[in-house]
Design a protein around this ligand. Structure first.
Ligand SMILES: [Cu+2]
Length: 141
């Protein structure tokens, strides 16, 4: 009986931890910065492997003044960028951040992003979960 209670508690603990922690981040990269500019863009693939939707509410980095989640949208025939304050990743869903679509907008890069290096970002989820990722700095083309 006692063992049964303990294993039940353990399984509840395990189930309880399967939330944003189960959002897998892969293929994280940032564009090298263009000399004379101080903004950058970061990309990655998010896969929600949990049974619950996950809510990405922002990102941060020590390498820049600010980071925002952005999306490109077509407004009257023009591509514009919009800040996305909350991005829902449904259970089982994969969302690809890529040029022309979702991206991390990096404002005020402190020192240039040079190909071959890495930039650390932290993704923030609504349940308080944080995920640290290392993004490879890649050439623009
Ligand atoms: Cu942007």
């Amino acid at each position: 009986m006692r063992n049964g209670v303990i294993s039940l508690l353990l399984s509840l603990l395990i189930v309880g931890s399967v939330q944003a922690a189960d959002v897998e981040v892969s293929n994280a990269w940032v564009k090298e910065t263009i000399p004379g500019t101080e903004n950058g863009a970061g990309y990655f693939t998010l896969t929600n492997q949990s049974n619950e939707p996950a809510l990405l509410i922002g990102a941060s980095t020590d390498a820049a003044r600010a980071v925002e989640v952005h999306q490109h949208v077509l407004v009257e025939g023009m591509m514009r960028m919009r800040r996305v304050p909350e991005l829902v990743i449904g259970s089982g869903q994969t969302i690809v951040f890529q040029p022309g679509g979702y991206h991390l907008m990096v404002f005020g890069v402190k020192s240039p992003f040079i190909v071959g290096g890495q930039v650390e970002f932290t993704l923030h989820f609504a349940d308080g979960e944080q995920k640290t990722i290392q993004a490879d700095i890649r050439a623009i083309n």
